[in-house]
Design a protein around this ligand. Sequence first.
Ligand SMILES: Nc1nc2c(c(=O)[nH]1)N[C@H]1C(S)=C(S)[C@@H](COP(=O)(O)O)O[C@H]1N2
Ligand SMILES: [Mo]
Length: 253
Amino acid sequence: MSRLVSRRGLVTGAAIGAGTLLSGCDRVIKVPAVHKLIFSGEDIQRTLQRAVMGRDALSHEYSASEMSPIFRSNGTANPNTPTYNALAADHFAEYRLRVDGLVARPLAISLAELRRLPARTQITRHDCVEGWSAIGQWHGPMLGTVLKAAGISSRARYVVFHCADFIGGLPYYESIDLVDAFHPQTILAWGMNGAPLTVPHGAPVRLRVERQLGYKHAKYVMRIEAVASLDNIGKGQGGYWEDNVGYDWYAGI
Ligand SMILES: Nc1nc2c(c(=O)[nH]1)N[C@H]1C(S)=C(S)[C@@H](COP(=O)(O)O)O[C@H]1N2
Ligand SMILES: [Mo]
């Protein structure tokens, strides 16, 4: 951690001094220690963004007057499986969010319990890779609160979100690392724009991971699994789009 902080300090100073990110990078890579930091990582963009912005940097939050009058739904608009339909018909009274994998205390949390947890409200801009954006308000507990309640293991490196829906017969899932999982704006949203989350937007619970593109924001979350590696999840690339369409696992914005 202290190594990261001192390296980050170095990068931030160089980037600010140079005025732009690009020229900042040009300068930064001449410093041997930082060169190693940037180019030894699995993902240069992720390393650079975090080095310059800081791992706790917040995504911009908007005011209520800036909210989009229409927030479209994208991808699955209704999982429409027998299991999901039965849950929805009962207003998700029987829904249980499972939290398992590398945790000391596997959990099965009801929607009522989830709604009793301390919650965050944030108005943010959703950016879809397909080229549309919308500003909406999201409400729900921090994912970190739930992971701590489950006693996430120090061996865990990723958190996988298993969803209720299938696209073309393939299950939707997504994953993030622990930096994003414990980011304060990473929430399990059960409310949107002042009302319970609707089915098109991922009822009863969807992920908001504000510093990444839309496809990382898993809707219809049924199970959260803490893992040390993504190798044995799906086809091993960390998500439905990553496995089947070749999207990047890290979709930082
Ligand atoms: N389970 C699930 N989550 C999903 C999707 C999906 O099809 N299934 N689509 C993703 C994409 S590409 C986007 S842009 C957002 C859309 O969220 P919205 O429907 O609330 O606008 O959800 C993301 N999460
Ligand atoms: Mo998207």
